[in-house]
Each structure stands twice: as C-alpha cells, then as structure tokens.
Design a protein around this ligand. Structure first.
Ligand code: FAD
Length: 629
C-alpha cells in the first residue's frame, strides 16, 4: 500500500487523462496519474493534427475552461489552417498539424508544473467498497487510495491489433492491452461492448517523390487555438517553423488491388467484431462502399519537424503488410515508398455512456468517473473535452458533494457532446460535427469567451488580469453593439462614398443597416465614424460586433426553429415516408431513420446520431407535403 492518500487518481495518460489530471490539480487537488508508459503521455495515436470542423470548437472551449489542448496545439503547431475560410464564421474551423514529439514533451512539461505525481504502471483492478470506489491496485502490486478515480483508458481495454489475418494483444502498436482491468470491469454492473478503429501505414519521407504531389500551402493568416496566447508575441517567440503538406490520390490500380485482396482484410473476413468510425473509414471501406469513385484523396502530413515519417491521411488499412506495400506503391509519387510501420485495426472494449451522469460519474459506482474513448467516442478533442469535464466535476464533488458542472447544449459543443453521450448513448464511434448542435450559429470559435469565461472564472480558472481584460472588452462591445443598433443617421449626414450605395434616399438609416449592407465596405463606415469622432467607440472591438450583428437575424431564426421543434416533438411521422427522398439529410441520418422507422418526431430525436438540424429538415419536409396542419 502506498502511504499517501490522493484526492484524485487518474488512470491513463492520453488526451482525456492529461486534461483530468491537469484541471484537478489547478482546482487544488493532489493528483496521481498512473499510466503504462510515461513516454507515451499525450501520444497522438493516429493523425498528427488537432482541430477541424466541429472539433476546433471543442478545443477552444477546453482552453477557455482551463484545459491544455489548445495551448499544446499552438506550441507544437507546424501548419495552421483555417478550414472553410470563405464561408461564415459558424462553420470556420482552425486545424493544426502538430509535431507529435514536441506535443508530448509540452504535455509532460505542463503536468510537471503542477502537484501531480506521475507513476508508470498498469492498473489491474479497482478497490470498491459498498459500491464506492476507494482506490486502485496495480500490476506492481501497489494499492493507491484516493477519494475519486477517473478512468481514461482509450482504446486499451481488452484490445487486439489486426494486420491481415494476424492479430495480437495491444491498444496501439508497441503498447499493451489492458486485459486485467477489462476483466475486472466486465464483472461490475457497467455495460460494455466492442468498437474498432484503424490507422494507415507510416511512410519514410525520404522514399517519396514530392514532385508528383500537389502542395497544400500554409495559410498566411491564421488563428491560434489558445485565447491566452497573444498572437504578436507568440509569433515572435514561440511559433515553430511552418511546413507544407501535400495531396495525392489513389487510382484504378490501387482499387483493383484492394478489391482482389478484400478477404484478407479482418474488417471484411469477420475477424473483427466492433463497429468502426463512420467518418474515418478505412480505404477498404471506401472502395467497397463507393464503388463508382475512381480515386480518393490522400493528404501527406509530416509527423514532426524532423520530417522522417509521413502520415498518409486517407488510407487507413488492416490488409496484410505485403498487400499494404503493393497498395502504397501503386500510388503516383509513392512507387518507391518504404513502410516504417504498417497500418492496422484495433478492436477494443468501451462502456455505455448512458450509465454515466452528465458529470461523467458512474451511476453504479460512486466516485468513479469515466472519460474519453472508453465512453465510445473517437478523436483526441472529444476525449480531451470529457477529461476536462470529469476533472472539473471530480474537483467540485470533493469541495462540496452537491456542486456539479453540467455544460449546456446552448452554450458549448462540450455540452452537446456530454448530453448526446449520456442521454442517447452510442452505437458507433461518436465524433463531433457542427450539425450535432441546434445552436451551431451561436457556438462559434470567435465568441468562446462570451460563452464560457464567466463559468471558468467561477471555478477559479481565470486569473484577475484576464478577467479584468474580459470585462473591459465586454463593456466596450456592449457599447458599440447598442450604438450600432440605436444610432440613426439622416442620409444627408452620410459621405458620398457611402451614400451612393443607399437606395432609399429620403429616410433615416441605422448604423446597423449600414453595416449589414454587403455593398458598403466596412472600412468606409468605420472611417466615417472615426472622422466624426463618435464618442466611446473602441474600434479594437468593432470586428467582433460586426460578426454579432451579422448573426443577429440568423440567431432569431435559429431560436424560432428550436421552439418550433419543441412544440412539434409530438408530431406523427407518416409510416410511408421515404427518408432517401428528403434532401439535406446526411446518409447517416437517412440510414438510421430508415432502420428504426420512428413513429413520433420525439422518438426520432432519441436515436443516437439524429441531429436537431435533421429534425428541422424533416419538419419542413412534412409541412411542405401537407402532413402538418
Ligand atoms: P488514449 O489516448 O488512447 O490514452 C489511453 C491511455 O491509457 C494511454 O496512455 C494508456 O497507456 C493508458 N492505459 C490504458 N490502460 C491502462 C491501465 N490499465 N493502466 C495504466 N494505464 C493505462 N481518432 C480520430 O479522431 N481519428 C482517427 O482516425 C483515429 N484513428 C485511430 C487509430 C488508432 C489505431 C487508434 C489507437 C486510435 C485512433 N483514434 C482516432 C482515436 C484517438 O487516438 C483517440 O480518440 C484518443 O487518443 C482517445 O484519447 P483517450 O485519452 O481516451 O485515450
């Protein structure tokens, strides 16, 4: 037995585990982090990148609530991009290619700065007394006691790796499988099942002919993830060298090879039981499901700045190694490619997230929290978000048994994630998309501070300086916002370069109207305001106000749709409805509705994967077809 009792023990040093440990320590708890191997803390098991559509919002929210992921991504970023940069702010997303070695080093540095003891060992069972967890027992036969245990075991529980017809124990290549703990947990009341995931072979960069690939250039203007990293300073002092990525494609020959060998793929010959991630399919899946497609994208991403290893994003596979070699070499520019290690699939045990409260505490074992891929999600960001919420709630519980933090669907993607998991559960690996939120026009990257900073401050996670700056900013934003809405000009006051765009000459015009005109350059209006000395305006914040003004009408439409949805949930869906006829629904939604054939709209909503926006589309369809009175 270890002498000291800890407040919180976190098992697993992956993306969920490090967030739980870090935030618990920030909230003044003594923390023990037990993980198989210290060197693999925060390891990116698959693609070396953070963010992307839907996921970037999670990272921004994690950052605002005191978490690590945004800071780590900035400090190890080697290619920052803004996805959908030509579209509206609600669908723009930051994505960062990271150096996966520096990412891990930085994670360990952050943990070291806190009161966290890191212990390298395997947890084999839990100490449970009267349905209350009291600690853990390890492979080295040490018993550690604590008030709370957080399990964030990722893909390691009872996990098997598959390459062709070979399989062996492992949660990731070169890592263990957590068999003892899986067997222990299977004997509790927690319900479990199997899922699977996969990864592509890693290639020697030297062996690729980059002249044959299309360069994906660095975005000149990009945002950092962390609100607390000041762009100018960061660029001068901390930004790593930025590198290009490349794009290539599979071809007819690649597809023929895969089709010919499909029976050697454990995904197709029945060796693997679990369901895989729909939105990260293997190349085998893509070729079988989209038989008419003549090629598929491959993004070539450097794993780190040394650039010895290239990650070919898009060809995740579990075919035998000799077929993988042939497949890779069938691709233009990869004719001489050397595989450093093979692609593979992993099958692993997960636990039903419906057995958790929305704090991520188990309904059956008190003081036990589960976070990350163990709850059926896929992705680093989804895992980190859960780790953070488990850590915050564990800490709140230790302070006062009644306190809890349940993030809301209406102000965060983290709220959507937790609510979807704990209420609907999952039947395939869950990843975040903007379409999962009925409030997606409000849940933007640019307003994460309005949405979450006061919550973070309440938990003691925002210092006085940042809080004062935020309050100053909000005051200014409110002033400008109200001024824009209320200030009225008579057209005679306006300068010629603005006036020429205004059609209704003899009317009075609000500043908001001017700003919402797509023809008048915002700069012209701002110059006019500046010249006329418009009191109180701190032009530093005008950009944010303009985004707010732009979204105002859409947000009122969104809330009326939301209320319409609440009202119409009892609506019957005709049983002859053909979901495949309804445009705008994703294939996932069509497939699931067709399979479950819900009778009421509310029943459709309870199906995992059916998004609120899908329900709105169905509602509009029913209205159009006169099914609604
Ligand atoms: P992990 O990051 O897996 O961390 C689990 C931690 O628990 C590890 O540190 C491990 O050592 C530790 N551990 C486990 N059992 C024990 C024990 N008994 N005692 C002590 N320590 C223990 N996500 C995507 O979004 N897209 C993809 O394409 C994708 N592909 C993937 C391919 C593969 C092969 C794998 C393995 C994962 C893939 N993922 C992908 C998933 C992504 O890696 C995970 O979602 C994410 O890492 C989950 O974070 P986590 O913290 O829950 O678990």
């Amino acid at each position: 037995m270890y002498q000291k009792k800890f407040d919180i023990i976190v098992v697993g040093g992956g993306h969920a585990g490090i967030e739980s440990a870090y935030i618990s320590s920030c909230m003044e708890n003594s923390v023990l982090l037990i993980t198989y191997n210290i060197k693999t803390i925060a390891k990116l098991s698959c693609n070396p990148s953070i963010g992307g559509i839907g996921k970037s919002n999670l990272v921004k929210e994690i950052d605002m609530l005191g978490g690590l992921m945004g800071k780590l991504a900035d400090l190890s970023g080697i290619q920052f991009r803004i996805l959908n940069s030509s579209k509206g702010y609600a669908v723009r997303a930051t994505r960062v290619q990271v150096d996966n070695i520096i990412y891990r080093k930085n994670a360990i540095e952050f943990l070291k700065q806190k009161d966290i003891l890191i212990h390298q060992d395997e947890v084999i069972s839990l100490i449970i007394d009267n349905n209350v967890v009291k600690g853990v027992k390890t492979r080295k036969n040490i018993i550690f006691y604590s008030d709370i245990v957080i399990l964030s075991l990722g893909t390691f529980l009872d996990s098997k790796i598959f390459i062709g017809n070979d399989y062996f124990l492992g949660g990731r290549l070169f890592d263990h499988s957590s068999v003892f703990l899986a067997n222990f947990l299977k004997k509790t009341k927690l319900k479990s099942d199997y899922l699977k995931t996969g990864t592509p072979p890693r290639l020697s960069t030297k062996s690729l002919n980059f002249n044959e690939f299309t360069k994906q250039k660095i975005d000149k203007d990009f945002n950092l993830f962390s609100y607390f990293h000041k762009k100018k300073e960061f660029f001068k002092q901390k930004l790593l060298p930025q590198v290009d990525c490349y794009i290539t494609y599979t071809n007819k020959l690649t597809h023929q090879l895969i089709q010919k060998n499909i029976n050697n793929s454990p995904l197709y010959n029945g060796l693997i039981k679990g369901i895989g991630p729909r939105y990260c399919p293997s190349i085998e899946d893509k070729i079988i499901k989209f038989i008419d497609k003549s090629n598929h994208h491959i993004f070539l991403e450097p794993e780190n700045l040394f650039n010895k290893i290239t990650y070919p994003n898009g060809i995740s596979t579990s075919l035998p190694l000799h077929i993988q070699k042939k497949m890779v070499r069938s691709i233009k520019g990869m004719e001489k490619a050397k595989i450093i290690y093979p692609g593979y699939a992993v099958q692993y045990l997960f636990f039903d997230p419906k057995d958790l409260y929305k704090t991520l505490e188990s309904k059956y074992i008190k003081n036990l929290f589960l976070a990350g891929q163990i709850n059926g999600t896929t992705g680093y960001e989804e895992a980190a978000a859960q780790g953070l919420i488990a850590g915050i709630n564990a800490s709140l519980k230790l302070k006062n048994n009644k306190d809890k933090y349940i993030p809301k669907r209406s102000n965060s993607y983290i709220g959507v994630l937790i609510d979807d998991l704990c209420v609907k559960g999952i039947n395939e690996p869950y990843r975040m998309f903007t379409s999962r939120s009925e409030f997606r026009l409000y849940l933007r990257e640019d307003n994460v501070d309005y949405r979450l900073m006061s919550t973070s401050r309440k938990f003691g996670l925002i210092n006085d300086d940042n809080w004062a700056k935020f309050k100053f900013k909000m005051e200014n934003i409110n002033n400008i916002y109200n001024f824009c809405k209320k200030k009225i000009f008579s057209v005679s006051e306006l300068p010629k370069n603005i006036l020429k765009y205004i059609k209704i000459k003899n009317k009075k015009i609000t500043l908001k109207y001017l700003f919402s005109s797509s023809k008048i350059k915002k700069k012209k209006i701002i110059n006019f305001l500046k010249k006329n000395n418009f009191y109180n305006i701190n032009f530093r914040y005008i950009k944010e106000v303009l985004i707010m003004l732009k979204y105002d009408p859409y947000l009122s439409k969104q809330s009326s749709e939301f209320f319409m949805l609440k009202y119409y949930k009892k609506i019957f869906i005709p049983n002859n409805i053909n979901y495949y006829d309804i445009s705008g629904l994703s294939n996932e939604v069509k497939e699931k509705l067709n399979k479950f054939r819900p009778v009421l709209l509310s029943q459709a909503y309870n199906i995992s994967g059916i998004t609120p926006s899908a329900l709105i589309i169905i509602l509009i369809y029913l209205k159009k077809k006169n099914y609604l009175k």
